[in-house]
Design a protein around this ligand. Structure first.
Ligand code: XBP
Ligand code: MG
Length: 243
């Protein structure tokens, strides 16, 4: 089977965006909204079980601030807070505070030089993805990706397979010819349910998660001494094909 495309998750995979990125932005948005909510590192690790920033805020309200459930137009209010949060997250990106993880740029360059398509399948917003790519890889980086599937483009976020199914459809490729790269159990469930063999690069919040369905589990793409490139990914696809 010839490798046709690699589908990259964003948060925790392209970059460690959660603890010092999204979490900080959420807290800045709560402060601007005059809310005494504070998502510390440990609490945020609990809340990360819910993908999607708006969904995560609602989960927090249901479980930690239920008095807000009686608020009129609650969904609009949550969306407004999330919009403020995204503003702060974009600022962090533009300040260069969130670098790519080891080996990401090298792998992207290697895949592209071997004419392997690259795509994005993420729960975060398109704006966050485009800004991350431009801030870390330059203004033309968006053109490197054949498809960018992000956020609310699908009705159900990870662990549902929707975003990976949407990206495969846009690529016009079958799952068997693709590999996904993820960092979390929710992401692995999503890509696996879409039929895509998945490599895991563990991130700071996913150290203890269950990756038994992954075809390979790494600390990251580089420092573990096993340089992941087009050749190793193609071999993996065929190894697992025969199982
Ligand atoms: C991770 C998520 C996102 C981010 C926050 O996405 O679940 O919700 O935590 O971003 P992935 P938003 O790992 O699929 O890239 O606030 O924009 O949702
Ligand atoms: Mg992720």
């Amino acid at each position: 089977m010839t490798l046709a495309a690699v589908l990259f998750d964003v948060d925790g995979t392209l970059a460690d965006t959660e603890r010092d990125g999204h979490r900080i932005a959420f807290n800045q948005a709560f402060e601007e909204s005059q809310l005494d909510w504070n998502w510390d590192v440990d609490l945020y690790g609990v809340l990360l079980q819910i993908t999607g920033g708006k969904e995560r805020i609602r989960f927090y309200i249901e479980n930690y601030a239920p008095s807000f459930l009686n608020k009129n137009n609650l969904e609009d209010w949550i969306a407004q807070i999330h919009k403020i949060k995204t503003k702060y997250f974009l600022n962090l990106l533009k300040e260069g505070k969130i670098p790519l993880r080891p080996g990401i740029k090298r792998l992207l360059d290697d895949l592209r030089s071997n004419n392997i398509k690259v795509a994005i399948a993420t729960t975060t917003t398109y704006e966050n993805v485009s800004t991350l790519l431009q801030c870390t890889l330059g203004n033309d980086a968006l053109e490197w990706f054949d498809v960018i599937g992000a956020g609310d483009i699908v009705p159900n976020k990870k662990p549902a397979p929707d975003i990976y199914q949407w990206v495969l459809k846009q690529l016009n490729l079958s799952a068997e010819t693709c590999i996904a790269i993820e960092d979390s159990e929710n992401g692995l469930k999503s890509s696996t349910a879409a039929g895509i063999r998945t490599i895991i690069t563990i991130s700071e919040y996913t150290q203890k998660q269950d990756f038994s369905d992954a075809i390979l589990v790494l600390e990251d793409l580089e420092t573990t001494g096993k340089q992941i490139d087009t050749r190793t990914i193609s071999n993996l696809l065929n190894q697992k094909q025969n199982k």
